[in-house]
Write a protein that binds this ligand. Structure first.
Ligand SMILES: [Zn+2]
Length: 103
């Protein structure tokens, strides 16, 4: 005879940020806010150079964690395309022009 274990009921508490329900377990894991809040508040600032010539300034672009990850992915991809692998790129002659195609 099988005995199904009843799902342990999650003990909930109030999220200190939005007041919504948040599992106590989550705080035990080291989180201080609920899932919603931690996603929303995970913002990253990226320094972005703006302007041209002598008229440049560094702006801080604020993006969400998701956007930041996409941005980093793009950055890494660009870098690895521009800088050829030193051993494998021996036959390549620079400089290179990266051409973006639609297909
Ligand atoms: Zn919250």
């Amino acid at each position: 005879m099988y005995q199904t274990k009843t799902m342990e009921k999650l003990e909930m508490m109030e999220c200190p940020q939005c007041g919504g329900p948040m599992p106590v377990k989550r705080r035990e894991l080291g989180y201080h806010v609920c899932v919603n809040c931690s996603t929303v508040s995970a913002k990253r600032g990226i320094p972005v150079m703006r302007g041209t010539g002598d008229h440049t300034w560094v702006d801080l672009e604020v993006m969400t964690q998701e956007q930041f990850e996409r941005y980093e992915e793009m950055e890494n991809k660009t870098k690895s395309e521009i800088v050829p692998n030193k051993t494998e790129g021996r036959n390549l002659q620079g400089p290179f022009t990266i051409v973006e195609t639609d297909n």
